[in-house]
Write a protein that binds this ligand. Structure first.
Ligand SMILES: *Cc1c(COP(=O)(O)O)cnc(C)c1O
Length: 351
């Protein structure tokens, strides 16, 4: 077992920080007259309460998420997209110009960008040929300045789940935080790591409402971790990071789990259909990698050419061919039935 100490991990200035105390966090009881936050009580905004600051700790949404995910509200952080959580985790643990994080390319681009914005160096340990973690390689790269390891499962852009045993080895051998990004977890068969949160004080799980839940425009993502880690994230976040409409709409949506299941079923059916259909286009397509996400990584004969050809037909896919292990690879999101059909029709005519 490792000797994880959150106190040692968090930057000194963050430990000592006295957070901004907003009017809405100092008073949260039931009052009829709110004259504490310099809002405009007489603004004409219909019957909404857009003139009031939203709940800084999003208690209503968290209560619903806690029921849905079987997790304590205090173990939940909500951010303006999970991208906010990525940035805050880096700022919480990493001293600019000194510390580093480890990432495993090809993977989601924001880990590196968020690190660079904060002047944190990035150590890269490329995935193995089978798109699984190179565990010995990662362990070798860890030094005293390594504060976070970002792992994405199912991984973007490769679409595969990462082996549970490998992640467990890392959780057991690293004294920093292991951040497991589960943005696509709802599209596959695997269980979320949430069920093992209590076992690992150094685990942070990221999920988002932008993908399976279909709420990308609202900007809401979650981090699940020990209440101690969550308390630090809450201390350093912007006071009103999730706006009122987002809190309200997400709260409502969370009760529609049937809707969620239906759209996930449709997308996974379309994923299987699109895989089969793409494999038949052997003039263009070389490999369609198996996917536990809502996209396919597709190796083609000439990615730049196919990419531009699709663009000419007003279809945009993601060209990932400059990523390690992704030579000539395009990442294609599973769209609606009509969108997928259009894509196939266009590709059939590619010469
Ligand atoms: C899309 C995506 C996110 C970002 O989600 P937001 O909540 O919309 O910020 C995070 N991680 C991965 C791997 C993603 O693909």
């Amino acid at each position: 077992m490792n000797s994880f100490s959150l106190e040692k991990l968090i930057r000194q200035n963050i430990q000592q920080l006295i957070p901004y105390s907003s009017a809405r966090s100092e008073f949260s009881g039931q009052a009829t007259i709110l004259l504490d936050a310099n809002e405009n009580s007489i603004a004409d905004i219909g019957d909404s309460n857009y003139n009031r600051y939203p709940d800084p700790l999003q208690k209503e949404v968290k209560k619903r998420i806690s029921e849905l995910k079987n997790i304590q509200p205090n173990d939940i952080f909500l951010g303006n997209g999970s991208d906010e959580a990525i940035d805050l985790l880096i700022r919480m643990c990493c001293t600019p110009g000194k510390d580093n994080i480890i990432i495993c390319p090809p993977t989601y681009g924001m880990y590196e960008v968020a690190a660079q914005i904060n002047d944190i160096s990035v150590r890269k340990v490329i995935l193995k040929e089978n798109f699984q973690l190179d565990v010995p390689g990662i362990l070798e790269q860890i030094n005293a300045q390594t504060k976070l390891i970002f792992i994405c499962s199912p991984n973007n852009p490769t679409g595969n789940l990462l082996n549970e045993k490998d992640i467990e080895t890392l959780l057991n051998s690293f004294n920093g935080l292991i951040v497991i990004d589960e943005a696509y977890i709802d599209f596959g068969q695997a269980n979320s790591w949430i069920s093992r949160l209590k076992e690992f004080p150094n685990m942070v799980i990221l999920q988002t409402f932008s993908k399976a839940w279909g709420l990308a425009a609202l900007r809401m993502g979650a981090a699940y971790a020990s209440k101690e880690v969550i308390a630090v994230l809450n201390k350093i976040k912007a006071p009103y990071n999730i706006n009122h409409s987002t809190q309200q709409i997400v709260s409502q949506k969370l009760s529609d789990t049937e809707d969620l299941k239906n759209s996930i079923n449709k997308i996974t059916q379309q994923r299987e259909y699109l895989t089969t259909a793409l494999c038949k286009l052997d003039k263009v397509v070389e490999i369609v990698y198996p996917s536990d996400a809502n996209f396919l990584l597709v190796k083609v004969k000439n990615a730049n050419d196919v990419y531009n050809y699709l663009l000419q037909h007003k279809v945009v896919v993601r060209n990932r061919s400059n990523q390690p292990l992704c030579d000539n690879c395009l990442r294609i999101t599973i769209g609606s039935f009509a969108e997928n059909e259009f894509l196939l029709t266009v590709l059939k005519e590619y010469k």
